[in-house]
Every structure is written in C-alpha cells, then in structure tokens.
Ligand binder design. Structure first.
Ligand SMILES: [Fe+2]
Length: 393
C-alpha cells in the first residue's frame, strides 16, 4: 500500500512511454504542482517564480502501482520493494526520456522523504558511481557538481577514488571511519550531515551494504525538515539570519596521527579545495529540490554560530542538538540487510551509524557522494514542509 506523502502531480512530463498512471492531487497545495521541475542552482529572486522553482515532477513513471513503497515513519524514510532494481533504470539507454524521467522523479522522492531504502540491489561499485552522478544531475545540482572525493580517501583504492569503502576494519593506510578513543559514550554525538564542512556539501549520499554483523550496526536518520518545523516562529526568525561554522579539522588530526596524505581537492566542486575543511553555512537552509526549510546544524561538524558570543552560541547549539537527539518522532532507525542500498539527501536529513556490534566483526559497504549547491536560505520562495503537506510532524 502506498502511504507516501509524495504529492501526485496532475501533469505529465513531455516524454514518450506509458504515462497513463498520472494521479490526481488531493492533499497538497496546487502551487507545488506546476511544471517544470527546474530551478537555478542558487537563489535569484528575479529568475523564477516560486511555483516554478520548487515544483515537484510528475509521478507518472515512478508511480506507486509499478513501484510499491511504504513510508517508514511520517517524518522520514521510504522503503521500496526488492523487485525495484535501480540497475534497470541505469540500463536504459542514456537518451531514453523514460530514464531521465525516472531519475528525476526518484531524486525528488528521496529529497521529499529524506532517505529511501532499496533492498537487495544488484549493483557494483561502478554502478554506484554512475547512479550517484546520474541522480545528482537529475536533481538539478549545479553543472559543475561532481562525485566527492573524501580528503581521507585511500586514492587508488579499487581504482575508484570516489567510491569510499566504508568499513570498521582499518584500511591499509590506517583509515577508519570511527576511532574508539575519540568516541563519546553518547551515541547521538555521531550525528552528522556528510561533509557539511565543505563549501559545497553533499546532496545525495548512497551506501550499499556488503557485509554485516549478525546483529547491530543500524543507521539512524533524522529529518531536519521536522527539526525546523519544531521551532517557534520567533526562533525561526532569529535563526534564519544566522550562519554557523562547520569544521572537519579532525581529518587533519587523523592524517597526522596515522601519517597518511590528505586529498586537498578539488573534491566534487571547484570551491571544495585546500586543507581548511571549514565552511560557513546558513543555520536555516532551504532544500534546493523541494523548497522546504531545514535546520542545518549537526553536532559532529558544527562548531559555532557566528555573530553570537561564545556563550550564546554554545547555549543555542546545545538546545538545537538536544532537539535533534531527543526528537525521536523525527527519526527512523534502519536495520540493514546485505545488499541493501540507502540513498539520502544530506540537505534534509542527518544520520548516524550505531557502533553496537562486536568490533572484530566486519561491517562494510560502498559509499558514493554527489556534491550539491552552496547552501542558502530562500526566504521568498521556501516553505515549511509541515505546513505545506499538512503533516503531523
Ligand atoms: Fe556519514
């Protein structure tokens, strides 16, 4: 049964194929449904009306009848059935309009729900790269966006520097994703948006799990749409004028500690270069795909709200991090099976691994990350997800 919040558009994409399954809208304001699904990569009030900038695409191809799915929670997460093999989309000819339409509809669906799970996917690491690039571009990412190369990546690993082999087992250069002596006993301290310390952070991340321990190793996802919607109007107003400093300086420390060389860029965008691993981003960010506002801070990488005293910044961040960690109505916990693929939009969800399994057992997978736009707050055209969808959370 489809219980997706995805708005059903009343128009069809100008493509060939079976578009007879377009659905009527019954719950979402009609100004969300106006084509085309195109936007500038950065806000420019003179360039488009709201109705054009964040319009959802048709669901003519990725419709619930042909692609059954169920929501994992009202706030975040959607799970498709194993019969949906993403490789089937990738195998369509590049010029096939059905391929383009499916990728565009899939990108919007992921950004709307924050994370989508695709069980039992037959995908190679090379397929993952193709998918990441195709999906990122279909979502309307800037033309110079590309696959991210993490500064700690073991370049040349499998000959694929933009696929990170995520593993709790140290690589040949000592690279790990988690260090026991650096870890808080508060598991939620690990919550983050991928590479939020880059000038141009990640849009989509995707992880296909290869090897799992018998139990444990779940990933938690947190809706930053819902975090924004939990704020009072005066708090939203104050935060929407502020920026925060994000830092990945721990990677410099890790390179010193283990003596491996950092990749200094470019890392998926011309702006993502150098070894500062720091960026200033708006505290309230508008998702560039859906136009919904989000709370854009995370306790792994966000160090300081700028323009406030250190005390005010600490107090405010403490409150916001507590809101994120304790709002379990804005979270979903995903229990992986081998072969599962999850794709999430880092500009509307945070995530956290769970280190609750025997550390001698392997938990590994392939991850690809596609870089998006410079984060922005679109006061004029952006909206609340909760108000727009009339959702409870
Ligand atoms: Fe991550």
């Amino acid at each position: 049964m489809d219980n997706s919040l995805a708005p059903h558009a009343t128009w069809s994409l100008p493509v060939k194929g079976d578009a007879s399954t377009a659905h009527s809208d019954h719950a979402v304001k009609t100004d969300l449904l106006t084509p085309p699904f195109t936007r500038p990569s950065s806000p420019s009030p003179a360039r488009a009306q709201a109705s054009e900038r964040y319009a959802p695409p048709s669901t003519a191809f990725l419709n619930p009848q042909d692609y059954p799915r169920r929501q994992l929670t009202p706030a975040v997460g959607l799970r498709f059935e194993p019969e949906f093999q993403i490789k089937d989309i990738l195998d369509l000819p590049e010029g096939d309009p059905k391929r383009a339409a499916l990728l565009k509809e899939l990108a919007y669906t992921i950004s709307l729900h924050g994370v989508c799970a695709f069980p039992a996917q037959a995908l190679s690491a090379d397929d993952l790269l193709v998918l990441a690039a195709a999906l990122g571009r279909a979502s309307g990412a800037p033309a110079d966006s590309d696959l991210h190369i993490h500064p700690t990546a073991e370049l040349g690993e499998n000959g694929r520097p933009t696929v990170a082999a995520i593993s709790n087992v140290a690589g040949s250069m000592g690279r790990q994703i988690n260090f026991r002596d650096e870890r808080s006993e508060f598991a939620s301290m690990n919550v983050h948006a991928d590479i939020s310390w880059e000038q141009r952070p990640a849009r989509y991340s995707m992880l296909r799990m290869r090897t799992l321990p018998p139990t444990g190793g779940d990933t938690l996802f947190y809706s930053t749409y819902a975090h924004y919607d939990k704020l009072s109007e005066p708090m939203k107003e104050m935060l929407s004028g502020l920026t925060a400093r994000h830092s990945g300086s721990m990677f410099r420390e890790q390179s010193r500690r283990f003596g491996y060389k950092l990749h200094l860029g470019p890392r998926g965008a011309p702006e993502n270069v150098g070894d500062s691993f720091e960026a200033s981003h708006p505290v309230i960010r508008t998702n560039a795909v859906t136009g919904f506002h989000t709370l854009h801070v995370n306790q792994t990488f966000t160090e300081r709200i700028e323009g406030l005293t250190i005390d005010e910044s600490r107090m405010l961040l403490d409150y916001l991090f507590r809101l994120q960690a304790q709002s379990h109505d804005a979270q979903v916990r995903y229990s992986w099976s081998e072969g599962d693929l999850c794709i999430w939009d880092n500009s509307c969800v945070l995530h956290s691994a769970t280190f609750d399994y025997d550390p001698t057992l392997e938990r590994s997978g392939d991850r690809a990350v596609f870089v998006g736009e410079q984060p922005y707050f679109d006061r004029e055209h952006g909206k609340s997800r909760k108000q727009t969808l009339q959702s409870v959370v």
